[in-house]
Design a protein around this ligand. Structure first.
Ligand code: NDP
Length: 274
């Protein structure tokens, strides 16, 4: 019988994870199945336990359950601990749940390997202070950027992150307008504003022609953030589809001990309009 895995979220019908993991399993010749599970908003833990009892080996966790997955884990990887959010669960029997967070590693992999942009020595503006931003900070700092500025609508949340991570590098924090007049090499949108077709109140002048504008959100059209970056003259515009595939590859590695090739899978998703 094949090992089985799932992605759990609410909503879940839009999830690309089943197709991504199916392609990974084919490529690496792993005997496994992967399904999508819709949990009710108050039913996350019950759905995870039911899946575990059916013999499930691991799960990807998506919105809005990453904090609940963090709380449910009996053990955490260092990167999940730093992110305080979990997007991957690995089950070893019924009482051992390992929680991991593969999002930040996936982001830096997508920037450095797929986009060929080195992070060392660069100035980075990280927009947002939620789970996705928090998970990105340590993986970014490990690659020694010159500056990591964290900007958030609610400034205090960015300040908390600055205090938490300043021992690992040169971290600044503030509201978006606090960075007016400074241009950055890499600007990463880790807010959920694009989900609502909104744009955080970015000042002009933060993009140069060489800047990489990266939106963690993905879709068929340019997001408001990427459209703004384009208008401001940024030439490299990247959405989060590569990050999505890379986080899946990291989860796959945690479960199966083999990291699939991601390039072809990213191409397939792009050619299908995501
Ligand atoms: P959270 O809900 O934890 O964080 C939301 C953040 O967005 C907060 O910083 C919030 O600011 C900010 N925000 C929301 N709306 C606005 C707005 N209109 N203007 C300015 N700021 C706003 O979400 P996550 O961190 O979990 O996810 C963020 C995004 O990253 C989502 O779009 C998600 O889809 C994407 N993502 C993509 C992944 C991928 O693989 N490509 C993986 C993980 C996430 P405030 O604190 O002021 O409320």
């Amino acid at each position: 019988m094949p090992d089985f895995y799932a992605v759990i979220g609410n909503p879940i019908h839009h999830s690309k994870s089943p197709i991504i993991h199916k392609l990974f399993a084919q490529e690496t010749q792993q005997d496994m199945q992967y399904e999508a599970i819709l949990a009710s908003l108050d039913g996350f833990e019950a759905a995870v336990k039911a899946f575990q009892q059916r013999g499930g080996k691991g799960m990807n966790v998506t919105l809005p359950f990453k904090l609940e997955a963090y709380a449910l884990s009996t053990r955490l990887t260092d990167r999940a601990n730093a992110a305080q959010a979990v997007n991957t669960l690995k089950f070893n029997g019924n009482n051992d749940i390992l929680g991991d967070n593969t999002d930040g590693t996936a982001l830096v992999h997508d920037i450095e390997v797929n986009q060929h942009v080195a992070i060392a020595g660069k100035s980075i503006l990280l927009m947002g202070a939620g789970g996705a931003a928090r998970g990105a900070i340590l993986p970014l700092l490990k690659l020694k950027p010159r500056i990591l500025a964290i900007a958030n609508r609610t400034k205090e949340k960015a300040q908390v992150l600055q205090r938490q991570f300043s021992a690992h590098g040169n971290v600044l924090s503030g509201h978006y307008q606090d960075f007016s007049g400074e241009s950055f090499d890499i600007i990463i949108n880790a807010t959920s504003a694009s989900l609502h077709d909104e744009l955080p109140s970015l000042p002009g002048g933060i993009f140069s022609k060489e800047s990489l504008a990266y939106d963690m959100m993905y879709g068929e059209e340019l997001t408001p953030f990427l459209r703004f970056a384009q208008q401001q003259g940024a030439s490299k515009l990247v959405d989060g589809i590569g990050m999505l595939v890379e986080q899946a590859a990291e989860s796959f590695f945690l479960w199966r001990g083999i990291r699939p090739e991601t390039k072809k899978v990213i191409e397939i998703l792009k050619n299908n309009g995501h």
